[in-house]
Design a binder for this molecule. Structure first.
Ligand code: SME
Length: 190
């Protein structure tokens, strides 16, 4: 177990990294740069085995920024845990990957997994995938906070839509999310 987790509960650890993640994302408009930093923050805070992103490109998920050992580069729609989260457009928690039909074993050391879709305008644009060497690592607390982090990642798109408002960077989470909702309504409405 990561040393941080001896002193803090899982929820406290998520709460402590959320402001850091938000300020990193609010200061940068490039999604890949933000995914790279988010993967690094999560990986370092929890000591996961593998923490990273796959982006939806055409009919596949393509490996994005990650921390951990090398991984499969392309995953088809509906395949593996990542493809299932994309297909269902919802978070998939797998307590034991060996019991998940179709699980793609990028590493034999992984025993449990969570995959959180990143959804923009009702489309899955990427997934956040985290692997653990322990069984039963992930639960609804991870789901709740990782889904929040997935939403924070979309803030950069709101800022790219309004590049003339740099003063709106460095918002607290609730404010950032409210602003994102407001900006997407103004700028991304079809
Ligand atoms: N296990 C995943 C594949 C990605 S790796 O774990 C990094 C899956 O079944 O989709």
């Amino acid at each position: 177990m990561h040393p941080n987790l001896n002193r803090m509960t899982k929820a406290e650890t998520y709460q402590s990294i959320l402001p850091q993640i938000e300020s990193l994302v609010a200061g940068e408009t490039d999604m890949i740069a933000n995914m790279a930093n988010v993967a690094a923050v999560l990986h370092d805070a929890f000591g996961f085995w593998w923490t990273g992103f796959y982006r939806v490109i055409g009919k596949e998920l393509v490996l994005g920024p990650f921390q951990g050992p090398i991984a499969c580069t392309r995953i088809p729609f509906g395949k593996g845990v990542c493809g299932a989260a994309w297909q269902r457009a919802e978070t998939v928690i797998v307590p034991n990957v060996h019991e998940f039909a179709g699980h793609i074993a990028c590493s034999s050391a992984s025993n449990s997994e969570i995959v959180v879709p990143i959804i923009r305008n009702k489309q899955v644009i990427a997934v956040l995938d985290i692997d653990s060497t322990e069984y039963n690592t992930f639960d609804t607390i991870d789901k709740e906070y990782l889904e929040q982090i997935a939403k924070v990642l979309l803030i950069d798109l709101a800022f790219s839509a309004v590049p003339n408002k740099p003063e709106q960077a460095y918002l607290l989470t609730a404010k950032g999310l409210a602003l994102y909702a407001q900006l997407t309504e103004q700028n991304c409405a079809k």
